[in-house]
Structures are given as C-alpha cells and as structure tokens.
Design a protein around this ligand. Structure first.
Ligand code: VG1
Ligand code: CO
Length: 543
C-alpha cells in the first residue's frame, strides 16, 4: 500500500523565523507540501513506531495538508498520529499535546498572523519532542534536504474523517482525532487561580476577548466563558474561519482597532481587552484607557507571576528576544534572577527553558509564554493577567503606572515597512553593516552612538552560534535603534525598525510614545536612509 512518488526539488523551501510560509497557490503546486513534509521526515531519526502530533489554525488548505501529512506519516513509519478535531490545534495547544503524550514531534500548519484564503498565506512548521520549534540545526537540515529530494512516501487511502473524535487505522498506523481544547484547558486550570478569577467576574468585572475568527476562539469560549463564568458574549469572533473573515488575524493596534477604540472609549469601556492571533500564540492586552506594550507586559507578568499558583515559588529567570525592550531586564536585576537576550523567534528559548534557566520568555511582537509549554501562548498571557488583576484588585492602568514608577519606563515602538523591494531592503542593511565599526562616537542630532553591532547569539546550553540577527545601534543614556528584516513575510521584504528609550523619571512617564521617541526615529532615518532606499515616507504599521 505504500507508494514512492518521484518528485523534483523546489529550491525555495527555506524555513524562516517560524517554519515555511508561502502563498496558498505556491503550496498548491503538485508535490510542494509533500516535498517539504518528506524533507522534515528525512531530517529526523528514530521515529519509527512513535507518535506525531498534527494540527493547524484552521486556515484555507489546512484540512488538505493534514490529510497529506497523515498519509505520509503512515508511509514513513510513525506508529500513531494525534490530530485535533476539525484539524484544529492552536500552536500552544499543539506544544502541550506533544509534551503531555510524549510524542516524537509535531507538524503545525499555520502562517500565524498572516491573512488566510485561496490567495493568501499558508505555512508548515515542525516542532520537536520538547514541544518547541525545531532548532536551526534541524531547519537547516530540512532546507538542505528539500534542495535534493527526489521522492516522497505516501499510502493510498481515502482521507479520514477529521470531525469525528476517536481512533482509525491508516495503513499500519493509528490516527486518533482528539478534542483540541480539553488538555490545554486542564493545564490552564493547574496554573491559575480559576476561583479568584471567577469571583472577579462575579463582581462585575467586564472583559472583551477578540479571537479574530482564528484558532483561539474555541479555547477562549471554553475557558473564559464556561470555566471562568464570564458572560456569554465576552469572547467575540470565536469561530475559526478559513479566511479569518477577510481580516489579518494580527492582534495589534491596526488590525484590532475596533477593540482598541472600545477600550479607549472612556468610563464605560470594559475593564480589560485582549485578542490573539491566527494560531493563538500571540496576545494583545489593553486596559481601560491604556494599551500595554508587549515588552511592558512581559516585564509586568514576570514581576507579578508569583501571584498565580503555577508560579508561586517564583521564577528562575527571564528571556527576551534582542529587539524586545529592556523593561524585563530591570525586573530580573531587582530580583537577582537571570536575564537572557536571544535572537528573534521562539526556537531560541527552548534550550533555556529545558535547562531550567528561565521560567518566562517574551518578544516585542506580542508573544509571551512560560515553561508550561515550549511556544508562546496568547491565552496563557491573558489568563495570567486576569489572575494578577483578581489578586491585586487594581486596574490595569494602576498596575502599569506603578510598575513604571518602580522600575522606570522603557518607551518603545516598532515601525514596519512591509513588502518593500528585497534588493532595496538588503542594500539598506548592507550599508549599515559596513559602517558598524566607525559608528561609535558619531553624533546623530543630539544623540551620540556608543556601540553598534550585528547581533550574534551564543546559546549557553548547546554552544551553537547564530549570527546576523539584527543591527543594534546604542546611544548614550541607554536608548537604541534596531534594524532587522522579517523572516515570516511572503511578499518582498519587511524592514522592522525597533526604537527604545529608557526614562527613569516618573514625572515624564505620561508622554505620547511616538513623540517621546521622535529624536530616535529621526536618527534611524538619518542613519539608514529608509525613505531614499525604500521609497516610503512612512511605516506601513506602527506598533
Ligand atoms: C515575527 C516576529 C517574531 C515572532 C515570529 C513568529 O518574526 O517578529 O518575534 O517570533 O514572527 O511569530 P519576523 O521574522 O517576521 O520578525 V508567529 O505568531 O508569526 O508564529
Ligand atoms: Co502566531
């Protein structure tokens, strides 16, 4: 029943920051998905008879690729596949399922916050047995294999019914369709004080959760409304749709603007607003009248985590990606715990979490998580916020402003220039790179450069080195500008400019962010010539 199908390499199957992402029509080419999946299997050893977890964010083409992956897993010798009902598993839930059932690994189908639909984005990612994204050693091997692949293995069987819970046989492999929510919800109950949060809702606390027609809907419905007793209607857009209702499932101030406006609408605004992305690993947190930047959220969650039962013994350390603001560093300093600065992408946190060096990790791109899984986890962050709010009995605004008063405020913003010409973007980065050595001491406006480098990371656990992870330009007084090219886009290049200023003086904590950063924004333009090189006079998205 196993057949070997001849194929030819595609040459463009290089995994980016988080798996392989391409437009749907690219994935629909004959053998395209099969080549990549076979390249994954060919890069792994020792999985015969073991379990593979498969699930996705429900976007267009999800079910088709799941059927392909199941047949190929059977042909390649896996013993069992666990797949979420309807093909659904959020990224954090998939990570948990891999860990809980001691699977060999997992295939997650998602392009995260990128739009979905027949002409939009699709993606495939492989996660290893610790539940986390495959490290670079494996993604490099997958790419190398994809460039020479000549055949893939599959079995000739009809597709399985993904909607019916239970086990079926495919070849000599068992496929078990599981409830995608149950295991995850149970884990959340272990980590957080559900009765305290339930009481808070009982006292009239008002929340809005926008699932953005993406994968978190069923999880948020079950946990926030059913188990925590929030009124029905608290969770909005809770049905995962193949095209996310035509929107970008990206929980930021541009794509979740309605939620933002509601939270800023004055005294009648809800107490707490939150949203998550396509695959459920990102979070947006907004209090009544205040947006919490992801970098601040990381610092505040780390500083208050011990209020939740799952973290009552304290946290071992914090890790943040390099472009994430240093707000978390100040918490770590004060607590005397470790702080680690890693390249962008969750795969770099896995070793630190496995080694017990850190408990909480985060990225400026709305990702926060802990050692409960090996992915960032949108709903987890929201539940930890709820737990903290329930215990402290203060508003989000009070908690944030007190945090700034204690630790100082890191004004922070990211400017994205999307879909710019790839050569222009590379040219901009190259031009900065050649000037790095000569920049220290240079004056840009009133700012003086103290250091400039291309960030390289030495993993303290396995000693692997990752180079060219973003250009950092540091100024006197601790301000900085970082330039990076995105590794998740599917059209042209996306330039990300990260801007940060530290302000210790509590009397200056209520400035508008863009004006607080105005001189640094001007310095970024002067140093990199963004306008001249990209032809853009303003960023596409400011977060
Ligand atoms: C972006 C974010 C990064 C995140 C990655 C995957 O990567 O900046 O912080 O880890 O997306 O997140 P890039 O290379 O485009 O900057 V997700 O929620 O898209 O899986
Ligand atoms: Co995501």
């Amino acid at each position: 029943m196993i057949s070997t199908v001849a194929t030819k390499p595609f040459g463009d199957q290089k995994p980016g920051t988080s798996g392989l992402r391409k437009k749907v029509p690219v994935f629909q080419q004959p053998n395209y998905a099969e080549n990549f999946i076979q390249s994954i299997f060919d890069s792994l050893e020792g999985f015969a008879g073991k379990t593979l977890v498969i699930g996705g964010d429900g976007r267009f083409y999800n079910r088709e690729v799941i059927q392909k992956a199941i047949r190929m897993a059977a042909a390649n010798g896996f013993g069992k596949v666990l797949v979420g009902q309807g093909g659904i598993l959020s990224t954090p839930a998939a990570s948990h399922v891999i860990r809980k059932y001691k699977a060999f690994g997992g295939i997650i189908l998602s392009a995260s916050h990128n739009p979905g639909g027949p002409t939009e984005d699709f993606g495939i990612k492989y996660n290893i047995g610790n539940g986390g994204p495959a490290p670079e050693k494996i993604t490099d091997a997958i790419f190398a294999r994809s460039k020479v692949i000549s055949a893939y293995k599959t079995v000739d069987t009809p597709g399985i019914d993904l909607d019916r819970i239970g086990a079926v046989e495919v070849g000599s492999m068992t496929v078990e369709v599981i409830d995608p929510v149950a295991d995850y919800a149970e884990l959340m109950e272990q980590l957080f004080d559900f009765s305290a949060i339930r009481n808070m809702f009982g006292l009239g606390f008002r929340m809005v959760f926008d699932a953005m027609s993406a994968v978190t809907g069923p999880y948020a419905k079950e946990i926030i409304e059913r188990r925590l007793g929030a009124p029905v209607g608290t969770v909005r857009n809770f049905t995962p749709l193949p095209d996310f209702g035509g929107h970008h499932p990206d929980p930021n101030l541009v794509h979740a603007k309605e939620l933002y406006d509601e939270m800023m609408s004055g005294t009648h605004a809800p107490d707490f607003g939150a949203a998550s992305d396509g695959d459920g690993d990102r979070n947006l947190v907004i209090g009544k009248g205040i947006f919490v930047t992801p970098s601040d959220s990381l610092a505040i969650l780390a500083a208050n985590a011990d209020l939740a039962p799952g973290y009552s013994k304290g946290i071992a350390g914090i890790a943040r990606s390099m472009p994430t603001s240093a707000a978390a560093d100040r918490v770590a300093e004060k607590r005397g715990i470790g702080i680690y600065e890693t390249p962008t992408g969750w795969k770099f946190f896995g070793n630190l979490l496995d080694a017990g060096k850190v408990t909480i990790c985060g990225e400026e791109s709305a990702g926060t998580g802990s050692n409960h899984v090996r992915e960032k986890d949108g709903l987890w962050a929201v539940l930890l916020w709820l737990n903290i709010l329930a215990v402290r009995g203060e508003s989000v605004k009070d908690i944030v402003t007190q945090h700034w008063a204690t630790y100082g405020r890191n004004y922070y913003s990211r400017h994205d220039y999307e879909a710019v010409d790839t050569d222009a973007a590379n040219g901009l980065m190259d031009a900065l790179r050649v000037r790095l050595e000569s920049l220290p001491g240079t004056k840009v406006g009133d700012l003086t450069v103290t250091e400039a480098d291309d960030f390289a990371y030495l993993d303290p656990v396995d000693q692997s080195i990752s180079r060219n992870q973003g250009i950092r330009i540091l100024f006197e007084g601790g301000s900085r500008v970082v330039f990076r090219l995105s590794g998740t886009g599917t059209s042209g290049a996306t330039l990300r400019v990260y801007i940060e200023r530290y302000e210790p003086d509590a009397n200056r904590h209520d400035l508008e962010t863009q004006s607080a950063l105005a001189d640094l924004i001007a310095a970024a333009e002067e140093l990199a010539g963004i306008g001249a090189r990209t032809g853009r006079d303003a960023p596409t998205v400011i977060t």
